[in-house]
Design a protein around this ligand. Structure first.
Ligand SMILES: Nc1nc2c(ncn2[C@@H]2O[C@H](COP(=O)(O)OP(=O)(O)OP(=O)(O)O)[C@@H](O)[C@H]2O)c(=O)[nH]1
Ligand SMILES: [Mg+2]
Ligand SMILES: [Zn+2]
Length: 346
């Protein structure tokens, strides 16, 4: 299936042997002695993850703010640690060459954005923790915009308690008007358009201040292009991170947090690798309708327990579409919704 092609930065299986071979004396310390509460732990923001190594921001907003590289403590076992997590860190967090701090715990998360391999798969991949906004990036052309992928992102965002925003890029290549009509009735969805020569840097920037915003979308839609326009130091910052990990400068091969600095304040931008599909196996089906707020109001008139599927008797949405009460796009919107509901009804 297509999801296999994703360039995810899923956590690699952590290899304990890998640690023991490193010339790090701390790694060989008997673990039982390190089990206690770690009263000396500091809280650090996880900026990125690469092959079992975490880049963390120590003393965020403090006088000694700096990045350090960390590994995970064995006692965490397979507990996922992702970009955006607030990690409890012990050991050498100086960030000096060759040092490796240790993550011994994760603070409670305010949100968790997940996707599954496909809709029936309960195995989930965690994309980012603690984001409160999702900027869904879709290109007007090259690649062709896919309304159904956007629907899926909307559902995932609403399910995770994350506020969705939408930007259509490459408007220099095609007119996004007909694509955007799909989302006209969606409540409170802030929509931006962007193209070569007219990137809405200030407009989007205003929405980033005070928030942690994850940029999602199909590969090649221009997520990193936007990130670089919004965060001029993005390349430098990733350059630094990758210097340590010895990887090339590909912001898009893994999920990375970058600080947005605007005139009115700061925020966090999380650039993610493109995906081809976005499974919703973990989502509460009740949250699907919420992504279709244009239809949800009509659904209130549906009989109790209405499935809203094509064979549902007296479905108010089906009737409204038949009577043309939901506008030109009504039928297409209902079709999108029914496809999603069908996936879950299966
Ligand atoms: N014509 C046009 N090209 C654009 C625009 N925005 C981005 N591009 C081009 O689209 C290509 C892909 O952009 P990226 O920013 O790498 O896309 P991405 O979403 O980060 O892709 P992944 O990292 O693979 O997920 C690049 O060649 C960009 O120059 C735009 O507004 N107009
Ligand atoms: Mg990218
Ligand atoms: Zn119904």
């Amino acid at each position: 299936m297509s999801w296999l092609d994703d360039t995810d930065d899923d956590e690699p299986e952590f290899d304990e042997a890998d640690i023991r071979m490193r010339p790090n004396p701390k790694a060989n310390r008997p673990r039982t002695k390190r089990r206690p509460a770690h009263a000396d732990a500091r809280i650090a923001r996880v900026l990125g993850v690469d092959r079992g190594r975490y880049t963390v921001l120590i003393d965020e907003d403090g006088p000694e703010e700096h990045t350090a590289l960390a590994t995970r403590a064995r006692e965490l076992r397979k507990k996922p640690i992702v970009t955006g997590d607030r990690a409890r860190v012990v050991g050498d967090a100086s960030g000096d060459d060759g040092t490796l701090a240790r993550i011994v715990g994760i603070e409670d998360r305010t949100s968790l954005l997940r996707r599954s391999a496909d809709d029936t798969d309960q195995v989930e991949r965690i994309i980012v923790a603690n984001a409160d906004q999702m900027l869904i990036v879709v290109a007007a052309a090259d690649p062709e915009p896919r309304p159904r992928l956007v629907d899926r992102y909307l559902i995932a965002a609403l399910d995770a308690g994350i506020r969705p925003l939408l930007v259509v890029t490459k408007t220099d290549l095609a007119d996004p008007a007909s694509f955007l009509r799909h989302f006209e009735g969606v409540d409170d969805l802030e929509v931006f358009t962007s193209g070569h020569g007219h990137m809405p840097v200030e407009e989007i920037g205003r929405h980033l201040v005070g928030h942690s915003t994850v940029f999602v979308g199909h590969s090649g839609v221009g997520k990193s292009t936007l990130v670089n326009a919004l965060v001029p130091t993005a390349l430098r910052a990733t350059g630094h991170v990758n210097e340590v990990t010895g990887r090339g400068r590909h912001t898009s091969s893994s999920t990375v947090s970058l600080r947005y600095v605007g005139e009115t304040g700061r925020g966090w931008v999380i650039d993610t690798p493109g995906v081809r599909s976005f499974g919703l196996g973990h989502v509460d089906p009740a949250n699907i309708l919420r992504a279709f707020s244009d239809l949800a109001e009509v659904a209130e008139e549906c009989p109790r327990g209405c499935t809203h599927l094509p064979d549902a008797p007296d479905c108010a949405m089906i009737e409204a579409v038949a009577e043309g009460r939901l506008g030109d796009r009504g039928a297409a919107r209902l079709d999108s919704l029914q496809r999603l509901l069908q996936t879950f009804a299966a």
